[in-house]
Ligand binder design. Structure first.
Ligand code: GDP
Ligand code: ZN
Length: 288
């Protein structure tokens, strides 16, 4: 048996990327045995059918998943590259903070990318950069158009499996096309409705980043930013700068009005007021 990774699935046939090539495999028997359906991103063991040069096989085992994204439905994703532009479209920090919280919930590493740097001033970028670097995230300013920052993004993708997230029109497809020239993702003013239609009928695929052992998911994630599945008591874990909770008097402290709340004491002293305010606002959108 050899090990590989499912990079694409089409009607019950799975394409498995292994050291010695890409094998098309079916999953005969595995559904019954493991009671799970293979997903793009799964690490698998396959047995080779016939002569190896035919590059066909059978998936015998699905290795334990680190995580599973729902939209897109992809296993073992490490990282979210969250893309926004400052102008065209204008940046929406509320939405950025929501997407960050959702990515934290999925336990993804987070890199923030400010694209379309060619359309705004350095100082506008620095303002956003300083906020999110203070929180503890890597921030890359880029322009897919002017080919700025693409090397930094590529470096961040090395050895990881990354999903691109962010509103439409910020340049996600343009960036992916720079990183994986064979991707040929559609770029342009496609309406959201058409895009959504496209993505519901299409399955996600993993694309190999040129020469660095990274993979990117070819369809964007986190188009839905509802918090209704998140419990009020959980939200605080998705604000990285709050740290772990053991410095507050109460373990179940929501950092609202409880006495001796360490997080509240840190606001304006390590924790930014705008991020704290956002947390308070997001609490109202949580599930219970
Ligand atoms: P997506 O919806 O996030 O995938 O965005 P697209 O990649 O489809 O890009 C939306 C529009 O922005 C297209 O017209 C691109 O040509 C344009 N665009 C993408 N990146 C840049 C950039 O860095 N600078 C400028 N000025 N335009 C860009
Ligand atoms: Zn507290």
């Amino acid at each position: 048996m050899i090990k590989g990774r499912i990079i694409k699935g089409v009607g019950g046939l799975y394409f498995v990327d292994a050291d010695n090539g890409i094998f098309s495999c079916n999953a005969r028997g595995i559904l019954r045995k493991d009671k799970i359906k293979p997903a793009v991103g799964d690490y698998v063991s396959i047995s080779i059918l016939g002569d190896e040069s035919e590059k066909t096989g059978v998936i015998e085992e699905i290795h334990k998943r680190r995580n599973m994204l729902i939209r897109p439905w992809v296993a073992n994703v490490d990282q979210a590259i969250i893309v926004f532009s400052i102008v065209s479209p204008a940046i929406n920090l509320d939405l950025l903070d929501r997407i960050i919280a959702l990515a934290e919930e999925q336990r993804l590493e987070i890199v923030i990318c400010i694209n379309k740097a060619d359309l705004c001033s350095e100082s506008e970028i620095l303002k956003i950069k300083s906020i999110y670097e203070q929180v503890g995230y890597k921030v890359i300013s880029a322009s897919a158009f002017a080919n700025i920052g693409i090397t930094d993004i590529k470096e961040a993708l090395a050895k990881n499996t990354s999903v691109f997230a962010g509103p439409s029109g910020v340049g996600k497809s343009s960036i992916v096309n720079r990183l994986v020239p064979s991707a040929l993702m559609e770029v342009g003013e496609i309406s959201d409705k058409i895009r959504r239609g496209k993505h519901t009928t299409r399955h996600a695929e993993l694309l190999r980043v040129e020469n660095n052992n990274g993979f990117v998911v070819d369809s964007p994630g986190f188009s839905n930013v509802s918090f209704s599945h998140i419990k009020r008591s959980e939200l605080k874990y998705y604000f990285k700068e709050f740290g772990d909770n053991d410095k507050c008097k109460f373990l179940d402290c929501l950092h609202l009005n409880e006495p001796s709340c360490y997080v509240k004491e840190q606001v304006c002293n390590g924790i930014l007021q705008i991020r704290y305010n956002r947390y308070i606002r997001f609490l109202d959108d949580c599930g219970d």
